[in-house]
Write a protein that binds this ligand. Sequence first.
Ligand code: PLP
Length: 388
Amino acid sequence: MIPYGKQLLDAADLAAVQQVLNSNWLTQGPKVPEFEQAILLKCQAQFAIAVNSATSALHIACLALEVGPGDSVWTSPNSFVASANCALYCGATVDFVDIELETGNLSIQALSEKLILAKQTNSLPKVLIPVHFAGQPCDMPAIAALAKEYGFKVIEDASHAIGASYQNKPVGNCFYSDICVFSFHPVKIITCGEGGIATTNNAKLARKMQMLRSHGITSEAEELTEPSHGVWYYQQQMLGFNYRMTDLQAALGLSQLSKLTHFVAERHLLAKWYDDAFADNKGISPLQQQPYAYSSYHLYVVRLLNLNKTQHKDCVQFLRQQGIVGHLHYIPIYLQPYYQQLGFKAGYCPQAELYYQQALTIPLFPGLTAKEQHSVVDALQHFLENTQ
Ligand SMILES: *Cc1c(COP(=O)(O)O)cnc(C)c1O
């Protein structure tokens, strides 16, 4: 089977992990701060807080921005459930902004219109979480302008987008946001096994996230409410969690990070080959790439314009029979049973639902061979030619 995505590990990655296994520090040693520094260098931000997943990073990012009961967080329905769940963890409510069909990213127009209405009804969001879908950055200057006008904070869910850039500035530099979050799950661009990180240029937010990832505990002399009782002394000052990344994960992340540019370049070559192969097919529409954006190409998504719901399902089935794992990114979050129980109804974001009916993710990962790519294109075109 050809998967839709997978990690690429080499001998250097294995050696990096083994070195940690042979050391005194499996966790809370030197590798985590080293990984954080390397991410900062790559992203040109001031602070990085490594944690055990992007989900944890989203959670502590919301808490650092003081999201709580009575607050509203807005995100894109075309994302993984974690982009919305983080608001619910904090006791806030979540709402969804419809997307643009061509990119799968949240629509600036839909956002503007929703903000105008929310202002009239006194229900503006505290935080917006735009998602850089498939690795292509959202229109961040437009989002930042709206954030300023309406007074909300911005957390970029860049789980798909490490290695992406925006007008030649790396995603993660937080130029247009308060906090940016990356994921290092094996299916993403680079992996730690499991892992995530939050970047920010705000020292206060950074310090809060550092405490929240480790029980809300500090032993920094200047932060204690009374003089230290000794080197063993610490204080819990807020309710935190154990969201720490291990040194094993950080060592793997460091080794993977050294190959990031190369991985993304290879993804671009593979994507370009698909683009060319589909150029003459009116029924296949790859995601549109914006001129300002350099995608990390976490996913290669096409929209199958002429298929109905049943044919779309049959297509995924047919590809599986040919040994190709097609995938669907994403079922609109609010159509999940849990979110329907919260009161969301089908029809809420019509573009996201139409997108979901048409979209298909086909295999894209470093190491995908020309032969495999040919077989994907042939299978897809064969199905389309023999349908209708
Ligand atoms: C993968 C993903 C997450 C969650 O990442 P984890 O590291 O698995 O917690 C969040 N948001 C999006 C958009 C993702 O794709």
